[in-house]
Write a protein that binds this ligand. Structure first.
Ligand code: CA2
Length: 142
């Protein structure tokens, strides 16, 4: 059975509670329910959210050691700042898809740079929560 992890970074635990005009009204729990409904029992989905950079880095290493097949990463604002997260992705040798709920290129200029994208096989930005579904579908077909 394939194993895919879905990692969410800082403040994404607030999804559905604030800024619905940017991020929509669904919560992270709703996202988990929807992904489990689509992919069912045929795949192991591991969900993890942290507001802490180091916890995300530790999680990526754990997933690599556990021989996961892929990783969906919304690193939140760490996308734009974290060399450490990029290094963790590079050393994990796990196929990763970077997901952003919003279209980061339609927003402030500081969001246009992703330090983590070069360590990923693909980036999806602006599809809302559908981006996570597309990323899991893609990783399962690889
Ligand atoms: O569009 C995305 O998914 C982002 O990764 C979201 C990050 C932002 O810093 C990135 O530039 C783009 C922010 C996550 C904060 O999420 C919230 C969700 C609901 C309410 C408040 C924050």
């Amino acid at each position: 059975m394939k194993k895919i992890a879905i990692l969410n970074g800082p403040n994404l635990d607030r999804l559905g509670l604030r800024e619905p005009e940017i991020y929509g009204r669904a919560s992270l729990a709703d996202l988990e329910t929807a992904l489990r409904a689509e992919f069912g029992a045929g795949v192991t989905l591991d969900f993890f959210q942290s507001n802490h950079e180091g916890a995300l880095i530790d999680k990526i290493a754990t997933l690599a050691d556990a021989k996961f097949d892929g990783l969906v990463l919304n690193a939140g604002a760490l996308t734009h700042t974290s060399v450490a997260l990029r290094d963790a992705l590079l050393s994990a040798h796990l196929p990763a898809v970077e997901v952003h709920i919003s279209n980061i290129y339609k927003r402030e200029e500081f969001r246009h740079l992703s330090l983590t994208a070069p360590a990923c096989v693909a980036i999806i930005s602006g599809l809302g929560l559908e981006g996570y579904h597309a990323a899991v579908r893609f990783l399962l077909k690889r």
